[in-house]
Design a protein around this ligand. Structure first.
Ligand code: SAH
Length: 221
């Protein structure tokens, strides 16, 4: 009875904060994420503001959620883990393909020098930008279109994160990575493998398969 009653009232900022700290304890620290800066960013960023109003209370659950246009906001653990694998640093640049809700973008904006984020669906890019501007992030450049070609094949990054899945690895992406850079991407059909691609200082590229994931398909023109 109490449970039912309390579910029917609106959550306060404090309720959301508590849900967020629980999420970090159980799903992030409780698994294998160790990077303190990634953990702190996940504790700080109000993930519930990146989902639709009627889904705010589910924002800290252990799964992806729909964000409209057939797309999803990634599961919190996957966001933290992918970010950690990029070895974030305040002097590195990062390219994000698939802005979506902008939640992953916020995590990157807290941990990298600057972010170029590309989104296929113009409306998603716009609403992510409005929210991230309001939150005060000034190190994000927004692009609409196909992240495999935008913002230009010759622009190189220290890190690349792709949050939609191509069937096979697009080789051209590795060419957009600086020496010493890291790229993380889901590759495959309906269930994908998360692949970590590392470029050594001499330019050699190596692949490591991490764990199975489920992302929406990467679109192309
Ligand atoms: N990181 C986002 C994930 C959104 S889902 C979040 O947590 O909210 C993946 C997003 O990638 C979708 O918004 C989809 O529209 C976008 N997308 C798919 N193919 C793309 C492409 N080729 N270039 C840029 N964005 C793409």
């Amino acid at each position: 009875m109490m449970g039912l009653f309390s579910k029917s009232k609106d959550w306060t900022d404090e309720d959301f904060r508590r849900a967020r700290l629980n999420m970090v304890n159980n799903q992030i620290v409780g698994r294998d994420v160790k990077n303190p800066e990634v953990i702190e960013a996940m504790e700080r960023i109000p993930r519930h503001l990146f989902v639709e109003e009627n889904q705010r209370r589910e924002a800290y659950d252990d799964n992806p959620l729909p964000i409209g246009y057939g797309q999803t906001i990634s599961q919190p653990y996957v966001v933290a883990s992918m970010t950690e694998h990029l070895i974030p640093s305040k002097d590195k640049t990062v390219l994000e393909i698939g802005t979506g809700s902008g939640y992953q973008t916020a995590v990157l904006a807290e941990l990298f020098a600057c972010i170029d984020t590309v989104e296929f669906v113009e409306q998603l890019s716009k609403s992510a930008r409005i929210l991230l501007d309001r939150m005060g992030y000034t190190n994000i450049t927004y692009h609409v279109g196909d992240g495999l070609v935008i913002p230009g094949p010759d622009i190189k990054f220290d890190a690349i994160i792709v949050t939609a899945a191509p069937e096979t690895f697009p080789q051209t992406l590795a060419e957009r990575l600086n020496p010493g850079g890291r790229l993380i991407i889901p590759v495959g059909g309906s269930v994908q493998d998360l692949e970590l691609v590392s470029k050594d200082p001499k330019g050699g590229v190596s692949f490591k398969t991490l764990y199975p994931v489920r992302f929406v398909p990467l679109r192309s023109d």
